[in-house]
Design a protein around this ligand. Structure first.
Ligand code: NAD
Length: 237
């Protein structure tokens, strides 16, 4: 059965792979993106692309309305949009800290809250949040990012408790290092250092994250909520 699926940050990287996976399975998919243009083949395949900065509550409301008008209330929400602003603590400005929290954590709160209006009415819903292995292990130079991604775990688990009786599940996927624009900034030396720590000895492909997200949104995961699933090649174990 085709469902209304919304993926934030779905124009590239992990979000794009997630959007493609749901669209290939026949779901009605909408993505939000902050900048650039969504890939032409994605929109040609019927995916609705809406420009929206999740740090702006009004833009979230407008984007959500557009999705609702075209696809009906969102049944599966994948909160994927996120940023990094890496800096060592003593060089990290308050803006470096709050902007990462405002996008990754508060931005996710805005989207999840809006989507839950429809999910509560429908008495069902699936929410998958994209955290990171860094939120579980910590990472030098990424205290802002790690705090935001760890925050998503507490956020999801609280909502799993709060809304389980309403048939809405909240799960977290914690990817390790994935081949996307976000990790392109690393030097060859940094990449080699990371790979040497990963039991599977390589980066993940975005499609490997998407497969787990689809599972969590499927009927096969009907009794899973409040879970944090690492998809990290064994890095965090
Ligand atoms: P990416 O930089 O390629 O994509 C990030 C997406 O988020 C883009 O579509 C961008 O438009 C969107 N976005 C950023 N700020 C936004 C805002 N204010 N409003 C709306 N959209 C915004 O990154 P990616 O690697 O595909 O990462 C996707 C998610 O996975 C992020 O949450 C990231 O933290 C997480 N993650 C990535 C890795 C990795 O190794 N790449 C590992 C673990 C977790």
């Amino acid at each position: 059965m085709s469902r209304s699926v919304l993926v934030t940050g779905g124009n590239r990287g992990i979000g794009l792979a997630i959007a493609r996976a749901f669209a290939d399975a026949g779901d009605q998919v909408a993505i939000t993106y902050r900048s650039g243009e969504p890939p032409k083949d994605l929109t040609a395949a019927g995916v609705l692309a809406v420009k929206c900065d999740i740090t702006d509550a009004e833009q979230v409301e407008q984007a959500y309305k557009e999705v609702e008008e075209k696809h009906g209330p969102v049944e599966v929400l994948v909160a994927n949009a996120g940023i990094t602003k890496d800096q060592l603590l003593m060089r990290m400005s308050e803006e470096d800290f709050t902007s990462v929290l405002n996008t990754n954590l508060t931005g996710t709160f805005r989207v999840v809250k809006r989507a839950n209006r429809g999910m509560l009415r429908a008495k069902k819903g699936r929410v998958v949040l994209i955290s990171s292995v860094v939120g579980l292990l910590g990472s030098a130079g990424q205290a802002n990012y790690a705090a935001s991604k760890a925050g998503l775990v507490g956020f999801a688990r609280s909502l799993a408790r709060e809304l389980g009786s309403r048939n809405i599940t909240f799960n977290v996927v914690a990817p390790g290092f994935v081949d996307t624009d976000m990790t392109q900034v690393l030097t060859e030396e940094q990449r080699a250092g990371i790979v040497s720590q990963v039991p599977l000895g390589r980066y993940a492909q975005p499609e490997e994250i998407a497969a787990t997200v689809r599972f969590l949104a499927s009927d096969d995961a009907s009794y899973i909520t409040g879970a944090v699933i690492p998809v990290d090649g064994g890095l965090g174990m």
